[in-house]
Design a protein around this ligand. Structure first.
Ligand SMILES: Cc1cc2nc3c(=O)[nH]c(=O)nc-3n(C[C@H](O)[C@H](O)[C@H](O)COP(=O)(O)O)c2cc1C
Length: 212
């Protein structure tokens, strides 16, 4: 077995990767090469998973009718979310672009198989949510690998999971974890778009340990 050693230059690059990873809502239309999309999938599946259950299920959504149906679910859910805000916040919410579903050349739905045989149940008896968390680990790995290749990812959660599951003909024991827009971003930024739009800012307290 060989050991991995990482250089100081690599560590600095990795920190820049973390800093410049963004949730992307503005995409160029050109597609990502199929081989690169495959590479991103392979990278994401290097993520840890409870009991080595690998419960993630990545669907590449290629059918235009299905994509349009998901977009419709987003519009319905987004309009409903807007109704939950008043006054200035409502105006702020309405000004946000919360999905790049129209322009992103690729849509990827990530489901979690909630009761996988793989892993033989190890580690999830007391915390069954760990399968979902494992799928999230894979998504984050996808996100970082994509960023490293200049590819942007936008996570869309303003969707009705049951509707999306039906649209994509998901298995009954699959839960929707994420619907991802994937493609080349129109711009790069080292701060979140929600911060740049004045919706929310990062809180320095969240960078402090809570000690008990
Ligand atoms: C679980 C999850 C769900 C999210 N859902 C949405 C969404 O529906 N629409 C959206 O525009 N951004 C969504 N985001 C992106 C966040 O708004 C974004 O990560 C946050 O503002 C920080 O920005 P950054 O990712 O560029 O650092 C989601 C992120 C996560 C982790």
């Amino acid at each position: 077995m060989t050991t991995a050693a990482f250089s100081e230059d690599f560590r600095l690059d990795l920190e820049r990767l973390f800093t410049w990873r963004r949730d992307v809502r503005h995409f160029r239309r050109e597609p990502v090469a199929p081989a690169l999309l495959d590479d991103l999938l392979q990278a994401s599946t290097l993520a840890p998973s409870v009991g080595l259950s690998e419960p993630w299920r990545f669907i590449l959504v290629e059918d235009q009718t299905r994509k349009s149906a998901v977009r419709k679910s987003f519009e319905t859910c987004n309009a409903r979310a807007l109704e939950g805000y008043d006054g200035e916040q409502a105006a702020g919410y309405a000004s946000l672009k919360l999905a790049g579903l129209d322009d992103a050349p690729h849509h990827v739905a990530v489901f979690c198989e909630t009761t996988p045989d793989q892993g033989h149940g190890l580690g999830r008896a007391t915390m069954p949510e760990t399968t979902t968390w494992s799928a999230v680990m894979a998504i984050h790995t996808f996100w970082l690998a994509a960023t490293a290749s200049g590819v942007g990812l936008g996570w869309v959660s303003i969707l009705d999971p049951e509707t999306v599951s039906t649209i994509l003909n998901a298995e009954p024991n699959w839960d929707l974890v994420a619907y991802l827009c994937v493609g080349y971003p129109t711009e790069q930024a080292d701060t979140p778009e929600l911060e740049r739009m004045g919706w929310e800012k990062r809180n320095p307290e969240r960078r402090q340990w809570i000690r008990r």
